[in-house]
Write a protein of this length. Structure first.
Length: 388
């Protein structure tokens, strides 16, 4: 079977996720370099997820309605490139608020829809989803390392230059990716709205949120934590590189471990490991200890993401897959990002990042415990979720 479309999609995911690296890993440091306070940085980083919550369901719905993920990706990448150029001419707090909203409005669907297309392509081509998705992780990891040194050389104030380069490269590659034909059943706004009234879907997303909010807070404040502990800016790149490389290894070996337990069991396991990870982070005194702890990122995020994606596939109808996938990503990255940013900024300013990590551990354990109850009720009711 011809897998050229798979390889093109892998290349696209590499560069699309590279753009997210720059936002997650370095924009908070850029804002701090501009003299902004912790709460101001927290608000700016919360604006992005607010835009994500608005944008991603819209992009997912349009993809399902017009039966084309590729077209939506191309439009989003063009918008992202224009936004990156405009960002370079902004130097006020109010301007940053506006630009962060626009930036996330366009950047969020580039990876969310890419992951949705990867899932559909994996089914069509009979290739492991993890094998395709790992290239997004590799892009994230390699870029996080390289950009750390690039910004040390050119200055963090020029952060939009590597961002623009990655966006334009992703756009060039995106022209060659292929859509996956789906069902011809028409999609209406009412269909999309009905997804939010599914009680099993709602409960799963709520409990997954408790786990994800701790992850997003770490994503946003990891760079600041490293700098606060006395680590160099380049070390931020190494921390991301170590973590996301471990993530890529888990994605690459999906076929060997994924079928051993149910997807829900893996999500619960990942949640418990998240809580343990944050406790370890809370007691770090030397920034170099963060690097070995980052190895657990593969056993937390990658396991959680792969398993949760499969649960979502079982909870939503086929003709709304892109909408459902984007709804899931909106909750675990968008909504969780808002709470992680705002609450995290408040906690850091009032106490410390150490306290934030301890609270994150508690949140992850709450989500995991709730999912255990969710699993038991599903099994006792002999409902569809029993296969989770």
């Amino acid at each position: 079977m011809n897998h050229r479309s798979v390889y093109r999609l892998m290349a696209y995911l590499f560069f699309a996720h590279s753009t997210i690296t720059i936002i997650n890993g370095y924009i908070p440091v850029f804002f701090k370099s501009q003299g902004l306070t912790g709460s101001q940085v927290g608000l700016l980083m919360a604006i992005g997820p607010c835009a994500t919550i608005i944008a991603q369901p819209m992009w997912g719905y349009l993809s399902d309605k017009y039966k084309s993920i590729k077209k939506m990706i191309l439009i989003a990448l063009i918008g992202l490139s224009v936004t990156a150029i405009t960002f370079m001419f902004v130097n006020t707090y109010a301007g940053y608020l506006v630009m962060m909203f626009i930036l996330f409005f366009f950047v969020s669907p580039t990876t969310a829809l890419g992951d949705s297309l990867a899932q559909k392509t994996s089914v069509q081509k009979k290739v492991s989803f993890g094998r395709i998705r790992l290239w997004g992780s590799l892009g994230f990891a390699i870029t996080s390392l390289v950009v750390g040194y690039v910004l040390t050389w050119i200055g963090v104030e020029k952060i939009m230059l590597p961002m623009l380069f990655m966006a334009l490269t992703a756009l060039a590659v995106a022209f060659s990716i292929k859509d996956v034909p789906g069902t011809n059943k028409p999609v209406t706004v009412l269909d999309a709205v009905k997804l939010t009234t599914n009680p099993s879907l709602f409960l799963f997303l709520l409990l997954a949120f408790f786990i994800s909010v701790s992850h997003r807070a770490n994503d946003i404040y990891l760079g600041l934590y490293i700098v606060e502990l006395g680590g160099p800016e380049a070390m931020i790149g190494w921390a991301w590189f170590v973590g996301v490389t471990a993530e890529a290894l888990i994605f690459a070996t999906t076929a060997y471990w994924y079928r051993k337990w149910s997807p829900l069991t893996f999500v619960i396991l990942a949640g418990v490991l998240y809580g343990t990870r944050w406790i370890l982070m809370a007691f770090v005194e030397n920034p170099w200890w963060i690097l070995p702890i980052q190895l657990s990122h593969g056993l937390t995020f990658a396991v959680f993401y792969i398993a949760a994606f499969q649960i979502i596939n079982k909870l939503i109808p086929e003709h709304l897959l892109a909408t459902g996938h984007v709804l899931f990503i909106t909750v675990i990255f968008g909504l969780a990002g808002i709470i992680g940013s705002l609450f995290g900024g408040f906690v850091i300013e009032a106490t410390s990042i150490t306290t934030l990590y301890l609270i994150g551990a508690g949140s992850a354990f709450i989500g995991s415990f709730g999912l255990v109850i969710f699993q038991k009720k599903a099994s006792s009711n002999h409902s569809k979720e029993v296969s989770f």
